[in-house]
Design a protein. Structure first.
Lengths: 615, 306
């Protein structure tokens, strides 16, 4: 291959187009939002720079998903990583941004290194970087080579997707970028990693062994639980959302992993169902997570705060932002009839179908366990968003900044409104959308082992989703209808029977204390305390108490701080860092600064070369 | 006809829901050698609340005002998806039991927000605990009904109600589901409906600021939720199809049989409530984990084909 003149063959199959659609679906409202968001926040020069980076970012992502050449893929992948690094450190004045950026660029390059290694292994067989050539060569690869390539791809793309334990950078990098970038990073960029994984595993390599799917499912389960538990502990609203991205990537990988298992067990219909569930959740997560990040951004712009403990009562000052955030919160908590419910329901159905139909009892029981992990995740996510919405938007403001908040400008509201409506549309129009998505998923799973293509979902009634075994499943439209009708009847009944009652306002009951203010409100820390205690085996919380003394004899006040131990950081990354540093300290003796030593090295090198050449 | 059946079953269940609470309370009182209020007291309470004025906290927002309506409608919508005694109901196409669980989550979400909305520590405490308990209850509930679904081959409640035989796994599932029921209907040992003690209340703490018709709606939603969970529990063991096969004059005899089943579960709840004390919040996690393990065992039994 001529590296100076690579073949820019485009790949525009349904699978690529799906991702292209997701990229532009999220980038468009984010761009409109950026108009209002960057105004007054940055200088004119900086805004121009920001637009350039934004355009480059969107373009590189679009290029990654539409190339048919692994080399070109890699080039745009790297551009995407670099541009997103510059976006993470966009607020260069802040030390946190620079640190988060450094962590991000190191982690993302470790991931890229693994992807390059996987590509080189594939190139070794195919002699070409074209996907089609690699696919043909994949038939000749040995099983162990395929396993190695898969492991490299999983680590490489997993780092970008932010799966546990490679998630470390995500909760630092995503929140540090400006909010419209956080929205695109969390909403779209981590999905590009899913694209890479599915593209290379399903389309190019082909699922080789059963453990591939099983390990993806296991990673998904761990990501779900760890992501949501850390999110519950988090009080920085953007960081909380970033941890939820880890959780939701887990849910998407549930679908992908289950599809891999089903392919290997020769159950193509279920594979299509599971992959559709994963892809459906992918687009849903893109929509509601961007929405939530945009809302968090508009709160940040209005108050200058990211710490939820200092907010409160914002629903009175920013009713639109609050309403949009509520839509997003309901969607991410999988509450009907919003979109998150539909895709989580589909993932549940995939697991249930697996529990019914898998050939081995072990696989069937595992499917049930994963379903309950998903249920636990859903419950915890709902609790987390009750906290996020309740503490941020309800009750009394906890700081002066929160008291003086103003509603977001029109350009920000319109883009949030667009995404908020989409959460409902993607939920209610589920049968149509599922049909499209299952048509895409079927191209990925391919025909079964005897070469017969599985049927895509055909729908008799357009309001209902098919259940895994062909019976009628759920109808989001009908659920909404039932809710609306019941609310209508209730309102009428209350009007008829309780028309004459008076509604007056009074103080919240205060046990005769008369001094309820924002300091006596329930806080986010207090709200998450039961969870902190229940998961203390994992979180290992510890406290620091400090006495602030006026003089030697008199203590003026106490300072009390609460921390969680981040086990992956402490036991996994710290260890790796220490080993690296120790090795570096050892190796630095080679380069002691003595010119004599260096001349000796050169001399030795020549000797060695001569020796080999003479041979 | 189908729509009529659905409306009939739904309205009958909604009407008898408070009665069930009244009966359970009466049994409890009699077991404690008290006379207690009559079994129709819950109706009187609701009627009384409807005639009362309402006081709303100055701190609260529209969330506080709309929450009772959302809570009630989510319970009613969930109840519409559950087969009880009528055969062939059109609403069942709208959702399976996962939809039931998530619809109840909708109501809970808004009630927890309403608890936080007034700025009172009681409300916040109640919301926090409610979400805490429910996040452990949901997996147990889903796994238990998954186990029952394995025999029917579908998660759709209507098809489940056509499975007309008794399975060992269904009996264990019903026990697991009974634990879920205790937690979801704020019963002992998780919560206590009869107390307003600050440190122990969960559901009552969340709704502390409500008064008048709004409180009536929330109470009604709680009654409906209770009958909903009891219906699922009894129909897991003895599906309505059993009663339709065994007894003549369906659906009237089916209704009588259903009432009998519900009363038995109600009596069990009452017996349990008078004989045990409330658990500490963090002990109840152990109790719920026991429920979860029981569901997991049920699931394994069901997978193995029993």
């Amino acid at each position: 291959m001529n590296y100076l003149n690579p073949q820019y063959s485009l790949l525009l199959d349904p699978f690529s187009l799906f991702f292209l659609f997701v990229i532009f679906l999220i980038s468009l409202p984010s761009a409109v939002y950026a108009v209002g968001y960057m105004k007054n926040e940055y200088t004119a020069k900086k805004i121009t720079y920001g637009w350039f980076l934004f355009a480059a970012f969107v373009f590189s992502m679009a290029a990654v998903v539409t190339t048919a050449n692994a080399f070109v893929f890699l080039v745009f992948w790297e551009i995407m990583s670099l541009v997103s690094y510059f976006l993470v450190v966009f607020d260069t004045g802040k030390k946190q941004s620079v640190n988060a950026g450094a962590l991000y660029i190191i982690m993302t390059h470790i991931g890229t290194a693994f992807i390059i290694a996987a590509f080189i292994l594939m190139y070794k067989h195919s002699g070409s970087f074209e996907f089609s050539a690699i696919k043909n060569a994949a038939a000749l690869m040995t099983s162990s080579e395929k396993n190695l390539i898969f492991a490299f791809l999983l680590i490489g793309f997993g780092t970008k997707a932010g799966v546990v334990p490679l998630h470390l950078w995500l909760p630092y990098a995503h929140p540090q970028a400006p909010s419209h970038i956080s929205s695109v990073m969390s909403g779209v960029m981590i999905k590009i990693a899913i694209y890479g994984l599915v593209r290379f595993v399903f389309f190019v390599l082909g699922v080789n062994s059963l453990w591939w799917g099983n390990i993806v499912l296991l990673i998904a389960a761990i990501s779900c639980l760890v992501g949501v538990i850390y999110a519950l502990m988090e009080h920085d609203i953007k960081k909380l959302l970033a941890y939820h991205s880890v959780e939701n990537i887990g849910i998407i990988l549930f679908g992908v992993g289950a599809a891999m298992v089903f392919i290997k067990l020769n159950m193509p219909v279920l594979a299509v169902l599971a992959l559709s569930a994963g892809l459906y959740h992918l687009i849903n997560h893109a929509v509601f997570k961007s929405l939530l990040f945009l809302c968090a951004g508009s709160v940040y712009k209005a108050t200058g705060l990211r710490d939820m403990e200092k907010m409160g009562g914002l629903i009175k000052f920013m009713p639109w932002t609050a309403a949009f955030f509520l839509f997003g919160a309901l969607a991410i908590s999988a509450i009907p009839p919003f979109n998150g419910f539909v895709s989580e329901w589909l993932v549940f159905q995939s697991f249930f179908a697996g529990a019914l139909n898998c050939p081995t009892a072990g696989a069937r029981i595992m499917m049930g366990i994963y379903a309950s992990v998903l249920a636990l995740t859903g419950g915890l996510a709902a609790a987390c968003f009750v906290k996020a919405f309740g503490i941020t938007f309800l009750a009394m403001p906890r700081s002066k900044n929160a008291q003086e908040a103003k509603e977001a400008p029109f350009s920000m509201k319109i883009s949030m409104a667009f995404l908020a409506i989409l959460t409902l549309v993607l939920g209610l129009a589920a049968p149509f959308i599922l049909k499209i998505i299952s048509n895409i998923a079927v191209t990925a799973t391919g025909p079964n082992q005897t070469g017969i293509w599985p049927p895509v979902f055909s729908l008799k009634e357009f309001t209902t989703l098919p259940s895994s075994n062909g019976l009628i499943g759920i109808s989001p439209v009908l659920i909404l209808l039932m809710l609306v009708v019941t609310v209508g009847i209730t309102v009428a009944l209350v009007y008829v029977f309780a028309r004459k009652r008076k509604v007056s306002t009074g103080l919240t009951w205060d046990c005769g204390y008369y001094k309820l203010d924002s300091r006596t409100e329930y806080t986010a820390t207090a709200f998450s305390k039961p969870f902190r205690i229940a998961f203390s085996f994992f979180l290992k919380p510890y406290t620091k108490t400090e006495k602030i003394k006026e003089s030697q004899y008199h203590i003026k006040s106490f300072r009390y701080e609460l921390y969680n131990t981040y086990v992956f950081k402490k036991y996994f990354y710290k260890l790796g860092l220490e080993i690296t540093l120790r090795a570096a300290r050892y190796l630095k003796r080679l380069q002691a600064g003595s010119i004599h030593l260096y001349i000796a090295y050169i001399f030795l090198a020549i000797l060695v070369l001569m020796f080999f050449y003479g041979k | 006809m189908k729509l009529f059946n659905a409306a009939l079953q739904l309205s009958v269940l909604i009407i008898i829901a408070p009665l069930l609470s009244g009966i359970i309370r009466k049994i409890k009182n009699n077991l404690r050698l008290r006379v207690g209020p009559g079994i129709f007291q819950p109706y009187y309470n609701i009627a009384k609340l409807f005639s009362k004025d309402e006081v709303i906290s100055v701190n609260s927002s529209c969330i506080f005002r709309i929450a009772p309506y959302v809570v009630l409608s989510s319970s009613v919508a969930a109840l519409a998806l559950v087969p009880a005694f009528m055969p062939q109901i059109s609403f069942w196409a709208a959702g399976d039991f996962l939809a039931v669980i998530f619809l109840l989550a909708l109501g809970r979400f808004f009630l927890a927000l309403a608890g936080l909305d007034t700025g009172s520590s009681f409300g916040g405490m109640g919301s926090s605990r409610e979400m805490f308990i429910s996040s452990f209850v949901e997996p147990a509930a889903i796994l238990a009904i998954f186990a029952v679904s394995v025999a029917g081959g579908t998660t759709n409640m209507a098809s489940l109600s056509l499975v007309s035989f008794v399975r060992p796994s269904a009996i264990v599932a019903a026990v697991a589901f009974f634990i879920v029921l205790l937690a979801e209907t704020s019963r002992l040992p998780i919560d206590n409906q009869e107390t307003h003690l600050e440190l122990t209340m969960i559901h009552e703490a969340m709704v502390l600021e409500y008064s008048g018709p709004s409180l009536a709606l929330i109470d009604m939603a709680a009654h409906i939720k209770q009958i909903l969970f009891m219906t699922i529990a009894v129909n897991a063991v003895l599906p309505p199809a059993v009663s339709n096969v065994l007894l003549p004059f369906a659906p009237l005899s089916g209704f009588a049989f259903y009432c009998l089943k519900i009363l038995i579960v109600g009596t069990c709840v009452a017996l349990l409530e008078v004989s045990i004390a409330k658990m500490r919040l963090f002990r109840s996690v152990d109790f719920l984990l026991f429920g979860f393990l029981l569901s997991a065992i049920t699931f394994i039994i069901a997978i193995l084909g029993f």
